[in-house]
Write a protein that binds this ligand. Sequence first.
Ligand SMILES: Cc1ncc(COP(=O)(O)O)c(C=O)c1O
Length: 395
Amino acid sequence: MSASHPYDAIGIDRLREIGSYKWSTVPGAIGAFVAEMDFGVAPVITDALKATLDDGLTGYLPPRVARAMAESCSRWQRERYGWEVPAERIRHVGDVLTAMRVTIDHYTVAGSKIVLPTPSYMPFLKIPPMHDREIIEVPMLVEDGRYVLDLDGIDRAFAAGGGLLILCNPFNPVGRVFTRDELLAVSEVVARHGGRVFSDEIHAPLVFAPHRHVPYASISDEAAAHTITSTSASKSWNLPGLKTAQVILTNEADVETWAIPAVTRTEQGASNLGVIANTVAYDAGREWLDDTLDYLDGNRRLLGELLAEHIPAIGYTPPEGTYIAWLDARSLGIDGSPADFFLEEAGVALTDGAACGEAGEGFLRFILATPRPIIEQAVRQMAEALARREERPAA
Ligand SMILES: Cc1ncc(COP(=O)(O)O)c(C=O)c1O
């Protein structure tokens, strides 16, 4: 862990003054529940955004600007993950969840069910019902303390009418980065049932060595044939408010479907500023990302040390990727929601794992993309709340 970093000096007062979603929606609390970063914006991106505004390039998105982003994303995929994907196959949308909605509506059989490994990112549970789709939750298994996909469960889910697997890699909330062999095993199951995969790779740039991101559609022709991939620079460079993500199409039939006007129209959700910010992030934001990733690497370890010292009853395995920590609070003996307890008693706003499906009950999501002194303060406040509870006379 590096000794000290300029991010350490970003204080809570300043974060409240800026008033991001995380720091303004739960007044008075330490915001650790939304996947946002507290580290500002990479200066190369700020410069590009300022130049865009100075030029007044705020009309509709010019095709050459969109094309530049597709090319930069294509270069990023090749150079960072070794995946050759032509720029012509990379499209733009406003966000990854829009890509998922389009996939459900236009790339799956009407009425087919959504196969969802859990605990899952919360909107994956909420969105399919809005499209009249039933979800089959497939709880992950824990092997040697590590979450793994339940392939037999996924197999059964497809057999029971599943049409689309939502694969999140790196996996929010449990932080797994799936290996090529794990992905190959998934693709065998999906292909056996003629199923489809929506591969959400929004956290792909946020992977800690020695783990490596493997794009799912890159592992075989079979996987490419059944997958819609979506990614964005939005998590890794903190740009989600600029509304831009990429959809990567990996077979001709999917390209044809994208040409349906109702589908192509979703491209209009991407903003000029977002497209330009994503382009610059992929092309010129590596130094900032690598430095930030190094800091996050320190944060995930620091949280482990702090919990071991102050709240050893919380179970925690540092994430392999993402800046999301998944905390097992089941043995704390808290009645009801542990997130409510820590919000009310410790002033720390976390996500309740129950929002991630039944498999998440008793767990918490803690966002690590924050200055280290804030992680220390959050754990201290949580430990003190637990100590006060111990001291309270039994009712
Ligand atoms: C796995 C995952 N997918 C999608 C999103 C949302 O992305 P977007 O704002 O591009 O829809 C998030 C945000 O945290 C996420 O963690």
